[in-house]
Ligand binder design. Structure first.
Ligand code: CP
Length: 319
């Protein structure tokens, strides 16, 4: 595994699986330190001065790509955003060769989003150990910084994970976010983790992930403290997985009615992009307990924490 050094330090961030509670808490605490206590603004630092961060996004992104760029700049790094559609990928260059060439341009930290599950692990195995890789979402596999910023947001608003019943709702089957969230919630010892969705959108034997499974939204939302909504990832779906028309919204949409089944003041999070009227009622997405935009802001600080930690560990020569 190319994520932890022999002395247990984080050298790449590829997945939440295999991390210890201490790793996650270290990142969340570090991220908290990047906010000013009075105004809640994110500070400018020089932690990554003289470093270059390369953003390689082989799939579209608004939040992850932009917040990684902002985070790198807040740490004083230079940022190279490779425009994949105009890069030599279109001439047949492999991901490995692209990364090796960018490394020759003295990029030290690579943020990679790729449609293939396992792409970041593959690169981490192949590449010079002096550079660090961050998985910004690979296929249906993992999106570790999303899960970390979600945990940061839950901790900020609800503190004690052990007291929380958390429901993840929607297209779990295609969701790298859900997989990473489930691992993170287990590591932080959340009181209960539920997954709610139609059979066609839940992975086979999902209960083996240590979650309670519900196919009925009304049953699943009863008494939960945190609701993690997911978008339908139609770009990864085969035909026939979804009910026709707006039947999905009627059965699985978070609305004023279905939300009333959860505990009062249940926290609502969503990784984005949100599809109003598909998985969530527009008014609910904009309601005070929906902290969806706060998640985005927190993503800057959490990504700063991850990049700063990885470069710090690399400088100390963790092998
Ligand atoms: N949450 C998330 O990954 O959003 P983007 O696809 O916009 O980066």
């Amino acid at each position: 595994m190319h994520q932890l050094s022999k002395d247990g330090k984080l050298k790449n961030l590829l997945t939440i699986e295999g991390l210890k509670k201490e790793h996650i808490i270290e990142i969340l605490d570090k991220a908290e330190g990047f906010f000013t206590p009075d105004s809640g603004e994110i500070i400018q630092t020089n932690h990554l001065q003289n470093k270059t961060v390369a953003n390689l996004f082989f799939e579209p992104s608004t939040r992850t790509r932009s917040t990684f760029e902002l985070a790198a700049k807040k740490l004083g790094a230079s940022v190279l955003n490779l425009d994949i559609s105009h890069s030599s990928t279109s001439k047949g260059e492999s991901l490995r060769d692209t990364v090796r060439n960018l490394q020759a341009m003295q990029c030290q930290l690579f943020v990679i989003r790729h449609h293939t599950s396992g792409a970041c692990h593959f690169i981490a195995e192949q590449i010079d150990p002096k550079v660090a890789i961050i998985n910004a979402g690979d296929g249906c596999h993992a999106h570790p910084t999303q899960a970390l910023l979600d945990m940061f947001t839950i901790r900020k608003h609800r503190q004690d994970f052990q007291k929380l019943s958390v429901a993840i709702v929607g297209d779990i089957l295609h969701s790298r976010v859900a997989r990473s969230q489930i691992h993170a919630l287990h590591i932080l010892r959340a009181g209960e983790i539920r997954v709610i969705g139609p059979k066609t959108l839940l992975p086979a034997q999902v209960e083996k992930l240590g979650v309670h499974v519900f196919h009925d939204l009304h049953q699943g939302l009863k008494g939960v403290d945190v609701i993690m909504m997911l978008r339908l990832q139609t770009e990864r779906m085969q035909k026939g997985l979804l009910p026709q028309g707006n039947a999905y919204y009627r059965q699985y949409g978070l609305t004023t009615e279905t939300l009333s089944l959860a505990n009062p003041n249940a926290l609502i999070i969503h990784p984005g992009p949100i599809n109003r009227g598909v998985e969530i009622q527009s008014e609910i997405a904009d309601s005070p307990n929906a902290v969806i935009l706060d998640q985005v802001t927190n993503g800057i600080a959490v990504r700063m924490a991850v990049m700063s930690l990885l470069m710090n560990n690399a400088n100390k020569g963790s092998l």
